[in-house]
Design a protein around this ligand. Structure first.
Ligand code: HEM
Length: 485
């Protein structure tokens, strides 16, 4: 009846709901992928649902991903959606608190810093951080035990990312004040802050204090570095200090500080959720963990020398663990854009009006049997070409169109069912870093541990969708045993 009474002929079908404001907020929020799949079965790839009173149009599948993620600046806008959440956390004048053309320049600066030379210096740093963490962490004392792994992976992620991207001075401050400050800052990154951004939420004072204090720490470090003179360090801070906008203006110190916060926050939740899932998956498949160990012994030698960047390419199964985990557990399940001018959907009668928000959900095609045989099975070996489970089309990897939105050539992602790092002008610039970080962490953990599920089964915990980045429901316990106690 709702379809007959309220549906406009050139707008997509609206998901049935009882209450106009609540709409489908609750069913969507509890399990977004299930919500998308159930409604795709009813309405097809394009449908609208009510999210907190706002008409939100989902366009699923590779064509939908392309329509939304490669939309033109005059048609779609990310900053209108995200700035209320991100500006108080990152700070002024960066990312979504500036015109898109400025973000493109900022992304170029960040991307240029992530070179092969930089990665070569990062791998030993990350490997050492993992080893020293395991040595000092009370959770891993003794020969074996049970641990709620997401907490440890969050710590490993912040130590490895801060040390490699932001340098030793900043990393050392995480043992002092920075960890608590980032914790307070992170409280600004909740769905409640997104929904009630206008409300004086009790934790916002601490968030704002943390933002100011962290910015000052970075700005003081920048000044100290300038005073000390040149360095050959490869970290992001140095690179941003030497970057200049097209109009000849050097990047101001407060923008460097805010970009460093943005990078750490962008990487923290996504990478720590992914590494937690990787560890949980390994615990559910000890055979794969053993295969990973053998892969290292065969490729690098039985004495397992210190890990180098070049070694990562010799470990295809280790690489596939990241890829397959992101296929099933991409931490960003919904990407939203405001609609700035009415958008006709090619090949359909629909025109999406400016009153709608667009939503892209790449995870749906990544678990679609049309592209991935036996899609719900976590099977890293499917990424080798001769596997019977190999994906049927991954076009973006072979013949994809590339575009330059202002921060270097990026794959358009059109027609690819696998886009855990997004596509188009807002595509992730941290992909290679995340891969290096996650592969190094896995390789180092595999050297030291055998994991299994506490009950020895191959079960996997459910997904917590209550925070902005999806992650394992806690406690997510695993049983660990040292290889060489
Ligand atoms: C953007 C995923 C790690 C920095 C994105 C987007 C996705 C994504 C899906 C697109 C968002 C949109 O279109 O609105 C991931 C995943 C990661 C990861 C799955 C890890 C497994 C990182 C890391 C960094 C980073 C480590 C920093 C070093 C960024 C930045 C953007 C971005 C700066 C651009 C935002 C924009 O242009 O609007 N990421 N990311 N990400 N990511 Fe990542």
């Amino acid at each position: 009846l709702q379809q007959i009474l309220f549906k406009k002929p050139n707008e997509p079908p609206v998901v049935f709901h009882w209450f106009p404001l609540v709409g489908s907020t609750i069913t969507y929020g509890m399990d977004p992928p299930r919500f998308f799949k159930e409604n795709r079965a009813k309405y097809g790839d394009i449908f609208t649902f009510i999210l907190l009173g706002k008409k939100t149009t989902v366009y699923l599948g590779p064509a939908g991903n392309d329509f939304i993620l490669n939309g033109k600046v005059k048609d779609v806008c990310a900053e209108d959606i995200y700035t209320v959440l991100t500006t108080p956390v990152f700070g002024k004048d960066v990312v979504y608190d500036c015109p898109n053309s400025k973000l493109m320049e900022q992304k170029k600066f960040m991307k240029i810093a992530l070179t092969t030379t930089a990665f070569q210096s990062y791998v030993p740093i990350i490997a050492d951080e993992v080893t020293s963490y395991i040595k000092r962490c009370p959770d891993f004392k003794g020969k074996s035990g049970i641990v709620n792994i997401p907490k440890n992976m969050a710590e490993i992620t912040i130590f490895t990312a801060s040390h490699s991207l932001q340098g030793r001075e900043i990393r050392n401050k995480f043992d002092e004040s920075l960890a608590a400050l980032y914790h307070d800052l992170d409280m600004g990154f909740t769905p409640i802050n997104f929904m009630l951004h206008w409300a004086p939420l009790p934790w916002n004072k601490r968030r704002d204090h943390a933002q100011r204090t962290i910015s000052k720490i970075y700005m003081d470090t920048i000044k100290e570095r300038r005073a000390a003179g040149k360095s050959d360090a490869q970290d992001m801070m140095w690179h941003l200090m030497n970057s200049t906008y097209k109009d000849g203006r050097p990047v101001p110190d407060h923008e460097i500080a805010h970009m460093l916060i943005a990078l750490l926050m962008a990487g923290q939740h996504s990478s720590s959720s992914t590494s937690s899932w990787m560890m949980l998956r390994l615990a559910s498949r000890p055979d794969i963990m053993e295969a990973l160990y053998r892969e290292q012994v065969e490729a690098l030698g039985a004495d397992l020398p210190p890990l180098k960047y070049e070694d990562l390419a010799k470990l295809p199964l280790n690489q596939a663990i990241v890829k397959e985990t992101l296929r099933l557990h991409a931490p960003i399940h919904s990407i939203m854009r405001a609609v700035k001018s009415p958008m006709p959907v090619p090949g359909t009668k629909y025109v999406i009006p400016t009153s709608h928000t667009l939503l892209s959900a790449g995870g749906v095609s990544a678990t679609d049997p049309a592209f991935f045989p036996d899609p719900d099975r976590w099977e890293p070996t499917r990424w080798s070409k001769d596997s019977p489970l190999a994906p049927t089309v991954i076009r973006n990897e072979v013949e994809d169109e590339k575009v330059d939105y202002g921060y270097g050539l990026v794959s358009k992602g059109a027609n690819s069912p696998y886009l855990p790092f997004g596509a188009g002008r807002h595509r992730c610039i941290g992909e290679q870093f995340a891969n290096v970080q996650l592969q190094t962490i896995t390789a180092m953990i595999v050297r030291q541990f055998k994991f299994r599920n506490v009950d020895g089964s191959d079960k996997i915990v459910g997904t917590d969708y209550a925070s902005l980045f999806s992650r394992p429901i806690e406690p997510a316990n695993i049983f660990w045993e040292k290889r060489d106690p």
